[in-house]
Design a protein. Structure first.
Lengths: 239, 239
């Protein structure tokens, strides 16, 4: 079988949320004379936000709403109550203005010449639109779990994405830097590509996970992914 | 208020379905020694297909399925039963390989520099992906009614598109060559742009409709739309 579409996890895999959100906290904190381990604050914020959306089924909220609610929780927990409503709004809006990892936009453009290149994400549709315009990323299609109403890692999310792409799951390769997303995609019949993102959680964050050996391919970055998937006339999977 | 996003009807407005589908019928018919008014066959096929999907609510089928089912109906009605299964498949697949009107791709690229440019369509997600790759069209986002589960012209379709774009309807301009779509969008608070497509139904088809004077703008083509919306720092609507 031959891979026809690549579905990219976007929040953790494409966007440098740690530096962006940590920086937004640090800037707001400095303006209010606050001191904190901003990298740790950002990571706790990310952990809680993920926990608030992964596996959701037809929630009344989307990931932007979760980001807003968890922000106040984390600010309270770290004793940062001096942050004003305007500060909080600025931190929250930073999610829509994150930088992508520098190796992604060019690799995506190369890959689009042979594959359907899709964002397949927990993030809101509008967040992906905003960061993609900012970073010069052109997708063939954005599939946000907001559209599906069922969030990764529930099987119905992966099955719906395949249906919308009009492809068998085996013709799709899920690309992510996390095993949990790739394992769930593989259980639905997707091929899987693990891309190492050792700095996802910053230098003080958890270590980069070891890729599950069941992955179809494991690469160190997006240029390597493109090299591998564009060699010898497209990527064919044995089996 | 200022328009921030443009949502383009795609099937009738961007794609030259009449020439593509009429040509596919003519080619298949010639191979089987059949004679017919292929332009009329294509138009009847389009009419029935639209009737089978507009206003659908959570159907078990999508527009590709409707195109497949209505194809057999139209073939029977016009006495073209000699068309084989392979002929029918070839005609059906032509929907995913249509040409865009030549003035669209360049105008879309210009408009993306200032606006979010979205396909907002009855067509399936994969159909838009396929024709966009073929015609060199890059969208910021594809919003297929297949994703929403509720089809234009039902208000919930327009409201959901606005929600996913994270915009008020008044910040969105629906672009189409049909009043029915624009009227429904306007009723939900969208701005509206009527683009004349006099050849949509071919020379023997129904005349190009007269734009509803309630439209925000009326233009003769996509280059004119881009000129108008990109002049004087973006399009601001009085009111």
């Amino acid at each position: 079988m031959t891979v026809k579409a690549l579905t990219f996890d976007t929040g953790g895999t494409i966007l440098d949320w740690h530096r962006g959100i940590g920086g937004a906290f640090a800037a707001a904190g400095a303006a209010r004379g606050l001191k904190a381990d901003w990298a740790a604050v950002a990571n706790e914020y990310r952990r809680r936000s993920l926990k608030g959306i992964v596996n959701a089924e037809r929630p009344a909220y989307n990931f932007d709403d979760v980001h807003r609610a968890k922000l106040d929780e984390v600010i309270a927990e770290f004793g940062l109550d001096a942050l004003t409503a305007a500060d909080r709004d600025a931190i929250w809006r930073t999610w829509h203005a994150l930088d992508a990892w520098p190796d992604f936009p060019a690799a995506a453009a190369r890959l689009r010449k042979r594959y359907v290149v899709a964002s397949f994400t927990l993030l809101t549709t509008s967040l992906v639109v905003d960061v993609s315009k900012r970073n010069g990323i052109d997708w063939d299609v954005i599939i946000s779990c907001e559209m599906i109403g069922i969030y990764k890692t529930r099987p119905e999310a992966y099955r719906t994405a395949a249906k919308w792409l009009a492809l068998e799951p085996a013709d799709i390769m899920m690309v992510a830097c996390h095993n949990f997303d790739l394992d769930a995609a593989r259980a639905c019949g997707y091929q899987t590509a693990f891309v190492r993102r050792p700095d996802e959680w910053g230098p003080g964050g958890p270590p980069d996970p070891n890729p599950n050996p069941a992955c179809t391919v494991v690469v160190d970055g997006f240029a390597q992914l493109a090299d591998k998937l564009l060699s010898d006339g497209g990527y064919s999977v044995q089996g």
